[in-house]
Design a protein around this ligand. Structure first.
Ligand SMILES: NC(=O)c1ccc[n+]([C@@H]2O[C@H](COP(=O)([O-])OP(=O)(O)OC[C@H]3O[C@@H](n4cnc5c(N)ncnc54)[C@H](OP(=O)(O)O)[C@@H]3O)[C@@H](O)[C@H]2O)c1
Length: 321
């Protein structure tokens, strides 16, 4: 088991968990009523932060995805549900939200809901370009920025490496102009790993995104070590295998020792397995349910498994599925 102080490169900050009702209760106590907000902050839980090698900036190790879960036209749904999910995300210490023009109305829904979320100023906005051709890529990237309603993007990936040769000069140009902060490239489902490895060896890139979870561990062989060696931040998609992991462990108990690393459900077990990998910067689980978001964000808290416990997690998982 690894305590916070044993994470030299993953600085752990006291990040306020801005649970409004909890804070209101705290401040209602006479003895605490004189606390400043920063003092209240110190009394809150800490979340696991990871360092982006390209800049030294730190971000929380759990973000959120938007594929399917946020693919709803904002005028055809009650926005309240999505505002509540986002409130819980930021209250739980989250920052990175990942989307793409591929995800239907997801960027529109984010643009409609984020202004209604009280803590959205800590947003780390990540999207992708997913169209062939340089000019169409430029237009699509600008359209994404417009849909989110942000002035710029923190991270612009090339989605599934699609026509990356056409987009790469644009990404670097926009980075120099400050229209995006970081460049990135993605794949998923274990596809195109050989191409991605070559890309990481030959190109300067800030972020790479691919699939890794306790069931799909191919990335441990070459991708994760190479990203770490090259100083590239790693975003992990499909951390629950698109939800498939939960189906595999239905009615299976957690191991008794999961409590030692504060895993109280399978979601936290799966997420802590991923974010405790030294090369991983941020996992981006997607959910359409408030209770699931609350569960997922708690994976940022408490002790993380060390390498021996990660091995035990794999062994236990394989023994029950
Ligand atoms: N090529 C690419 O660039 C690429 C490819 C794939 C994915 N991505 C990104 O990665 C994100 C994550 O991947 P994903 O959405 O495919 O799959 P995922 O995050 O592995 O799984 C999402 C599923 O897990 C369920 N879930 C979430 N939290 C849960 C919990 N606490 N308990 C039980 N079920 C839970 C969700 O259902 P509920 O809604 O019921 O919670 C949803 O069906 C995507 O949304 C997208 O942003 C990128």
């Amino acid at each position: 088991m690894v305590g916070w102080s044993e994470y030299p490169t993953h600085t752990v900050n006291s990040v306020m968990l801005k649970r409004r009702s909890f804070n209101q209760w705290l401040l209602s106590l006479p003895a605490l009523g004189l606390l400043t907000s920063s003092q209240t902050l110190a009394s809150q839980s800490r979340v696991l932060m990871k360092t982006i090698p390209a800049s030294g900036q730190q971000i929380p190790a759990v973000g959120m995805g938007t594929w399917i879960t946020f693919d709803h036209h904002p005028e055809r749904v009650d926005l309240t549900q999505y505002v509540e999910i986002l409130e819980a995300f930021f209250a739980g210490g989250g920052q990175m939200i990942d989307s793409s023009p591929m995800y239907g109305f997801a960027q529109q829904l984010l643009g409609a809901t984020l202004p209604k979320v009280s803590q959205a100023d800590s947003l780390f906005a990540a999207t992708k370009v997913w169209v062939p051709g340089q000019q169409r890529g430029r237009e699509q990237m600008q359209q994404s920025i417009n849909l989110w309603g942000t002035e710029s993007m923190d991270l612009m990936h090339v989605h599934n490496m699609l026509d990356w040769q056409a987009h790469w000069p644009t990404l670097n140009e926009w980075k120099n102009q400050g229209r995006i902060k970081y460049t990135g490239i993605t794949t998923s489902h274990g596809r195109r790993h050989t191409d991605l490895l070559r890309f990481l060896q030959e190109q300067a890139v800030d972020f790479v995104q691919f699939t890794y979870n306790i069931h799909d561990r191919e990335a441990e062989q070459r991708l994760l070590p190479l990203a770490q060696e090259r100083g590239v931040a790693v975003v992990i998609n499909r951390p629950f295998q698109g939800g498939g992991l939960f189906a595999r462990v239905t009615n299976k108990p957690l191991p008794p020792w999961a409590a030692e690393i504060q895993c109280h459900n399978w979601s936290q077990f799966f997420l802590k397995f991923i974010i405790s990998h030294p090369a991983v910067t941020c996992a981006i689980p997607a959910t359409s349910q408030l209770s699931h978001m609350q569960e997922n964000m708690l994976a940022l808290q408490g002790d993380m498994p060390d390498s021996a416990m990660r091995e035990a997690m794999i062994e236990y998982y394989q023994s029950v599925v």
